[in-house]
Ligand binder design. Structure first.
Ligand SMILES: [Zn+2]
Ligand SMILES: [Zn+2]
Length: 389
């Protein structure tokens, strides 16, 4: 029996796991129940299981034959702090927690592939199934790496997959090189000298200074970055003072994020932000404190592995349903941390352009179960093509 035939058998079971995980969503590093479900399925399928990696992370190891080659497949397990608005039989039973990014589907599909490969599909080598916590925090991958992921799962190449609303079911999309942006965050505290609103000349107004900082930060994107390259700087929070009409506060706090598709721009933007904030504050007599945290690098697909993904997806859904040059996305994904050190690639699988087209991180989103056979077949076929012959 081929992978394609056998996968139909598993479809209902994988849906069941997906609905079970969906009903019981767990936030980053709390994925105890989810990881236990993963462990149970992997163990029942006969895999060697390593748990507690990066907190709640799990790695299943499946060896066949004596082949030296190996491959790692990764799924994420965490949910988001949203209250679900869908009316579904498997709706989240936890208020303010829901699987609004489809990680329930990713986990279930990878479990399906593990079960299928363990029982029916011959290959020669080792497959590592990585179930990662805390993708939404953009650091679960780092925690697993810190806990020895690359020694526990020393694969020749690493692959990740994410559902993509708006892309029809039965299509895959990928691009060579940068596919998702880096993510860095900053806090700026601007300290002035507060006072009576009628006497601004006796102090230093941090609200006026902060306003100039917010406006000037956008000059980085328009004047310091090549117009053909993409950078986003968003100030996402501004606070200072009390809700009064006649008191100038002492300080203002800004929070924001920077996204970039090139490591060079990432460095340049950080330098420019510091230069502009310090320059404006200095010239207007305010004191600033900048806290800048680099969270997640640019996700860069490796050419050779993109080719493998494209040829595997083409075998599953036909060449015309595989989009090779999708535009990169300015969202971020911590699988980038793995691809920064190891070869591999990350691919989008269509979640639907009708049902399933609601964008992720939305209380009405739901992973589309019709995606399951495509995802399971893709993982199985990728393993087979990389570890056969
Ligand atoms: Zn997400
Ligand atoms: Zn996600």
């Amino acid at each position: 029996m081929t992978a394609v035939e056998v996968v139909e058998d598993l479809n209902l079971e994988v849906r069941g796991w997906r609905h079970d995980i969906h009903r019981h969503p767990e936030l980053a590093y709390e994925e105890e129940r989810t990881s236990q479900l993963v462990i149970d399925v992997l163990q029942k399928s006969g895999l060697k299981v390593l748990k507690g990696i990066g907190g709640t992370g799990v790695v299943g190891v499946l060896r066949k034959g004596n082949g030296e080659r190996s491959i790692a497949l990764r799924a994420d397990m965490d949910a988001l702090p949203l209250s679900e608005e869908n009316d579904l039989p498997y709706k989240s039973v936890v208020r303010k927690k829901m699987h609004a990014c489809g990680h329930d589907g990713h986990t279930a599909m990878l479990l399906g592939a593990a079960k299928l490969l363990a029982r029916s599909v011959g290959f020669d080598g080792t497959v590592y199934f990585i179930f990662q916590p805390a993708e939404e925090h953009l650091d679960g991958a780092y925690r697993m790496i810190d806990d020895g992921l690359f020694d526990i799962a020393p694969a020749d190449a690493y692959y990740g997959m994410h559902n993509w609303p708006g892309l029809p079911v039965g299509k895959f999309a990928i691009c060579d090189g940068p596919m998702m942006a880096s993510f860095d965050k900053f806090d700026v505290c601007i300290e002035g000298v507060g006072g009576h609103g009628a006497l601004p000349h006796t102090g230093v107004d941090p609200i006026m200074v902060a306003s100039q900082v917010v406006t000037s930060l956008q000059s980085i994107v328009s004047r310091a970055v090549d117009p053909l390259q993409s950078v986003v700087i968003s100030v996402t929070h501004i606070s200072g003072g009390e809700p009064s009409y006649n008191v100038i506060p002492n300080e203002v706090l800004l929070k924001g994020a920077v996204r970039s598709l090139s490591p060079e721009n990432r460095v340049k933007v950080r330098e420019k932000i510091e230069q502009i904030v310090k320059g404006i504050c200095n010239s207007l007599g305010a004191i600033c404190k900048i806290t800048y945290k680099e969270v997640c690098p640019v996700l860069v697909n490796h050419s050779c592995d993109v080719e493998k993904v494209v040829s595997t997806a083409s075998e599953i859904v036909g060449k015309k349903n595989v989009i090779l040059n999708i535009n990169p996305v300015m969202g971020s994904e911590d699988f980038a941390a793995i691809l920064a050190e190891k070869p591999g690639a990350y691919v989008f699988i269509g979640n639907g352009d009708g049902v399933g087209s609601c964008m992720v991180h939305n209380p009405q989103y739901d992973f589309n179960d019709d995606v399951i056979p495509h995802g399971v077949k893709f993982w199985c076929q990728l393993v087979r093509s990389q570890l056969m012959g």
